[in-house]
Write a protein that binds this ligand. Structure first.
Ligand SMILES: [Fe+2]
Ligand SMILES: [Fe+2]
Length: 389
């Protein structure tokens, strides 16, 4: 291989990319970058990446230079593919084998899979060649699929993926698999943290954190709709919010049982210690590497702040409190009022709404009043989906 051969350039790029990827924490951004670099390394015009959960493949990203060059947007879709041998991606996921197809219109009739031309029909794009690779972790378990479409020759015409390109594509499949492994580990750790907070505080039960997460999401959907937040941004944020809101009281892991489980009212000093759970939670989440960490930290520090500055720990007010914390605060109070506490019976929806409504503009963000009022019935149904066991 000479310094001027195309392979040398590819190899050099692959080596550089390794460093860049290790600095990206957010899974979606990372998968996007892996797909882009895999396409550059193999000369693919388009591609997509899927993650696998159970027996389903979840579509995560698509890229297509031809469609972008036409000045069109790649259709934003969310779809799933069953893991079976009927589709190309499903075949690769179920067998763990790579699939290189020179021309999708000439797939032999006796193949178990066929080419789904829905995307081509919707966009007017023409898929010819494809290279589909399993993303396998180091225990050879498939965690996703990387699909590259239309290798282009120097004239820009689609040609089959040459066998020389396959090692480069495999390299990116390994990188994507590592990224996915990392994301799965984060998710597992997160669920453990939630369980830990739940064990410490009898009020922070599994159903409570689930109800707060689900109600925060419901409020955000209503707010995003009223504020015309574009769809891709909305979907990313809602995925992160659901889990981040569940961690609102994670800082309670740092509060002594003698205070957390005290049956009677707290003394002034005890109350101050109790209130420090906001700072402890933010401290636990302080390494803001991903959009999730950042949102969870903002919620932990801000969910007891009030719009008028009368809350704690900082007395932050208005936009000084993150939107995510303002939303979670409404969801947390809504759930607490509807739940049994040692000092009160659960309130019904009418009493809960009647009590909370005048608090918008004082305790709660007034911009959330309409999203709240227009969705109270859905919120109530949502919270009832997670009963105390
Ligand atoms: Fe709290
Ligand atoms: Fe709570």
């Amino acid at each position: 291989m000479t310094q001027h051969s195309p392979d040398y350039g590819r190899l050099e790029r692959v080596l550089q990319v390794d460093g860049v990827l290790s600095e990206i924490g957010d899974l979606d951004i990372l998968l996007e970058k892996v797909l882009l670099e895999a396409r550059i390394a193999t000369g693919a015009d388009a591609g997509s990446v899927y993650t696998m959960e159970g027996d389903t493949l979840f579509f995560r990203h698509a890229q297509n230079d031809t469609i972008v060059a036409r000045g069109e947007r790649i259709p934003y879709t969310r779809f799933t593919v069953p893991v079976n041998k009927n589709s190309m991606a499903g075949f690769v996921a179920s067998t763990g084998e790579m699939l290189s197809i020179p021309d999708v219109s000439r797939i032999p009739a006796d193949s178990s899979y066929s080419f789904d031309d829905l995307y081509d029909r919707v966009t007017g794009y023409r898929t010819v060649s494809s290279l589909t690779l399993p993303l396998s972790n180091n225990r050879h378990r498939v965690v996703g699929v990387l699909q590259l479409i239309n290798a282009l020759n120097p004239d820009g015409a689609p040609v089959p993926f040459s066998s020389e390109l396959i090692p480069f594509a495999r390299h990116f499949a390994v990188l994507a698999a590592i990224a996915l492994e990392r994301a799965m580990m984060t998710r597992t750790l997160l669920l453990r943290m939630i369980n830990m907070a739940e064990l410490r505080d009898p009020r922070e039960t599994g159903p409570h954190v689930n109800r707060v997460g689900a109600c925060a999401l419901c409020l955000y959907d209503s707010w995003a709709c009223l504020n015309s937040i574009p769809d891709p941004e909305r979907s990313t944020d809602r995925d992160v919010l659901r889990m981040a809101a569940m961690l609102h009281d994670v800082g309670k892991v740092g509060i002594a049982d003698s205070i957390l489980k005290k049956p009677g009212p707290l003394t002034r000093d005890e109350r101050m210690i109790m209130e420090s759970h906001c700072n402890i939670g933010a401290g636990i989440l302080s390494k803001c590497e991903t959009s999730f960490d950042e949102m969870a930290r903002e919620i932990a520090i801000g969910h007891h702040e009030n719009w008028d500055g009368s809350g704690y720990p900082a007395g932050a007010r208005r936009d000084g409190i993150s939107l995510w914390a303002r939303i979670t605060a409404v969801a947390d109070v809504f759930d607490a009022l509807g739940s049994r506490r040692c000092y009160k019976d659960p309130w019904d929806l009418y009493r809960t709404v009647e009590t909370m409504t005048p608090l918008f503009g004082r305790k709660f963000d007034p911009g959330l009043k309409e999203p709240f009022l227009s969705t109270t019935a859905v919120l109530w149904e949502t919270r009832n989906a997670y009963p105390e066991s």
